[in-house]
Design a protein around this ligand. Structure first.
Ligand code: UD1
Ligand code: UDP
Length: 370
């Protein structure tokens, strides 16, 4: 009889957790695999919210987060801590997600210990090493190390094949964000903040990207405040990321009667708010994946995106980061009904919500032979 094989999932931030919890659940269904979870704790409160929402209890918590951590802090704290976990667990394969420093450092530790890596959400690219920073480097480096590439779309698979990865190592699975979304959005959902916004056009805002911190973020927020002042028909809800540098900039939006700054939301709340929003402004990656299937227009507060699918589907548009371009694009969608309606169409370029099962199938077959 085949022996049970060990799979270890390592993640550390909110978006990785949202997209890896469905994979944890799918792997736990496979009796031929023993599944363990290690969180680096690159995020603390925002990670805890997700683990609680999906009832996932980590076997390891490396608790590395520090206030205002630098990339050096995360890398230097995570590398030896992950090494110890890998040496104790001796997994047959390790799964990492996306492009965070947690994912990169875990893949690097696996490379040093020659443990096979499976990369969930593989093949996203801008091919601009500075944007997003440091994520483009992280995901390209993880691809170099990975044995299994789980690409969310044909377009991401195409990137990997053009880079020379062997076709048999790349599987198109869909994005596990859609697996998560299937379990969170509810028709009977209510919340006091939604009642506050009832009767207005609801705009949901998030921002956190490292390359936007400082002047670009302040410019975006000035643009958004100007629009709020000129458009009494909108209300803006902004769950502010825990990063103190983001919170400082968010002061620009404080004290306005039509803008509510609130704490980061539980994923169940946030997905239901997204589903009821008229417009989303964000520099997030994950939100660009979730919004098309909800049919909610998204203005992306960035100059580039590694997620062309939402733009091709028509739901997502790049607004740039400069104050004037954010102001212009935001005003346009509030005043040009034709442009707005053209974006408000539901499309789902990211699969059928069964990505996690496909990942479990590939691993079970590769590690256990069936
Ligand atoms: C990280 C990822 C980014 C991902 C984002 C998702 C890296 C380099 N960056 O960026 O790719 O898009 O997460 O949100 O991997 N903080 C808290 N509590 C929390 C979380 C953060 O207080 O639960 C504060 C801390 O002061 C921390 C700071 O936020 O030092 C920044 O966190 P960090 O993970 O370094 O950067 P993010 O911008 O969150
Ligand atoms: N999200 C959440 N609560 C919030 C804001 C976002 O649960 O208050 C979810 C959102 O639905 C998406 C993910 O967090 O799944 C995106 O995380 P973030 O923007 O921090 O990171 P990115 O996707 O840019 O890496």
């Amino acid at each position: 009889m085949e022996s049970v094989k060990k799979v270890l999932l390592v993640f550390g931030t909110r978006p990785e957790a949202i997209k890896m919890c469905p994979v944890v659940k799918a792997l736990q269904q496979r009796t031929a695999l023993r599944t363990s979870v290690c969180v680096t704790g690159q995020h603390r409160q925002m990670l805890r919210q997700v683990l609680d929402a999906f009832a996932v209890v980590p076997d390891w918590d490396l608790a590395i987060m520090r206030e205002r951590q630098t990339l050096f802090d995360i890398t230097a704290a995570a590398l030896p801590a992950i090494r110890r976990v890998l040496e104790r667990e001796a997994p047959d394969a390790v799964l990492v997600h996306g492009d965070t420093t947690t994912a990169f450092v875990t893949a690097l530790a696996c490379f040093y210990l020659q443990i096979p890596v499976g990369h969930v959400e593989a093949g996203l690219r801008t091919y601009d090493i500075r944007s997003p920073f440091p994520e483009e480097f992280n995901r390209e480096a993880i691809s170099l190390i990975s044995r299994f590439h789980f690409a969310p779309t044909e377009s991401s698979r195409g990137n990997l094949l053009r880079e020379g990865h062997r076709p048999e190592t790349v599987t198109v699975t869909g994005n596990t964000a859609i697996d998560a979304l299937r379990t969170t959005v509810r028709a009977d959902y209510t919340h006091p903040e939604l009642q506050w916004a009832a009767g207005s056009r609801l705009v949901l805002l998030t921002a956190h990207r490292r390359e936007n911190l400082g002047a670009p973020m302040r410019g975006m927020f000035r643009a958004i405040r100007r629009v709020a002042e000129e458009h009494p028909e909108i209300k803006i809800i902004y769950p502010v990321h825990k990063n103190p540098a983001v919170r400082e900039a968010a002061g620009i939006l404080a004290g306005h009667v039509r803008i509510h700054l609130i704490e980061p939301m539980d994923v169940l709340d946030f997905h239901n708010f997204m589903a009821r929003s008229d417009l989303i402004l964000t520099d997030s990656g994950g939100i660009q994946e979730e919004a098309p299937s909800l049919g909610v227009p998204v203005l992306v507060l960035r100059d580039t995106t590694e997620r062309p699918e939402g733009i091709e589907a028509g739901t997502v548009r790049l607004a740039g980061t400069a104050e004037e371009s954010v102001y212009r694009e935001f005003c346009r969608l509030l005043t040009d009904d034709t442009a707005y309606e053209a974006m408000r169409r539901a499309a789902n370029p990211y699969g059928d919500g069964h990505a996690s099962e496909r990942i479990a199938d590939v691993l079970a077959s590769a590690l256990c032979g069936g």
